[in-house]
Design a protein around this ligand. Structure first.
Ligand code: SF4
Length: 248
């Protein structure tokens, strides 16, 4: 692996660790004695499949560049952090190399939004398509849905991913506006409903026609930001946050 790719992996695996749609291994034990294994704190995490197996995933962002400024997110545009972006081919190469060496059994791929939602979603789609169609990769893929991406791109991605997720972030539109002013509540809610409808529709069609492909066979998930009320009050000098105590 080139030095630059190693550097990108370090930045983009670290940035992905805050997404808890799957649980992280969380250890910082390093291999300093030329022994076996390395419980490094980011990059590989574990999740449970539908049949109860625990599998290890390469957990990365395509990029931590983002045009949005969500207050709770380390990748927000106003945060002064080191930025990086993988190319589509780099993600494919990393996944295949780690998979062949038995380091991972799947890929968890998310991304900051660069340029716009469709531009980002299209790149995520290209990664999963390349893996499935060119590399004949049959391992597990959990793909993040980019809020605001078109139905067509989401639908196509669902034919290659095992699981998809989109972060609901906040239960109300007002709450979302407060902490993620660039995000539209509709752009988050709509894909959730769309993917769910497609899952039902594909399942129904498959009962009638065997050749209908699987759509997001492991289902979809979401996550919400958990607010620490007094911390937010301090940070943003807000006195009217009582509405959100219910999700603490
Ligand atoms: S859109 Fe996603 S990556 Fe960008 S700042 Fe918001 S939560 Fe972070």
């Amino acid at each position: 692996m080139s030095e630059r790719l190693r550097e990108k992996l370090s930045i983009l695996a670290d940035a992905a660790k805050y997404d808890v749609s799957c649980s992280s291994s969380g250890s910082d034990r390093k291999n300093t004695n030329k022994g076996v294994g390395n419980g490094h704190y980011s990059g590989i995490c574990h999740t449970y499949t539908e049949d109860g197996r625990c599998v290890s995933l390469l957990k990365i962002l395509l990029t931590n560049h983002c045009i949005f400024d969500c207050a709770y997110c380390v990748s927000r545009k106003s945060n002064d952090i080191e930025r990086a972006a993988f190319t589509v081919d780099e993600v494919v190469e990393l996944t295949m190399n780690f998979y062949r060496r038995n380091f991972i059994e799947g890929l968890f791929l998310s991304s900051g939004i660069f340029k716009n939602a469709d531009y980002t979603m299209e790149r995520l789609l290209r990664v999963v398509k390349k893996l499935r169609l060119e590399q004949n990769y049959n391992g597990y893929i959990h793909l993040k849905t980019i809020p605001g991406a078109s139905d067509e791109l989401i639908k196509e991605a669902g034919l290659y991913a095992d699981r998809m997720s989109i972060n609901l972030e906040m239960p109300t539109e007002t709450g979302l506006k407060l902490l993620a002013p660039d995000k539209s509540h509709k752009d988050v809610i709509k894909p959730l409903g769309f993917v769910q409808n497609q899952i039902v529709q594909f399942k129904e069609e498959k009962k009638l026609i065997k050749s209908v492909p699987k759509f997001v066979p492991a289902g979809q998930s979401t996550q919400m930001v958990v607010l620490v009320l007094h911390l937010l009050k301090k940070l943003f000098r807000l006195d009217n946050l009582e509405n959100y105590t219910s999700i603490n």
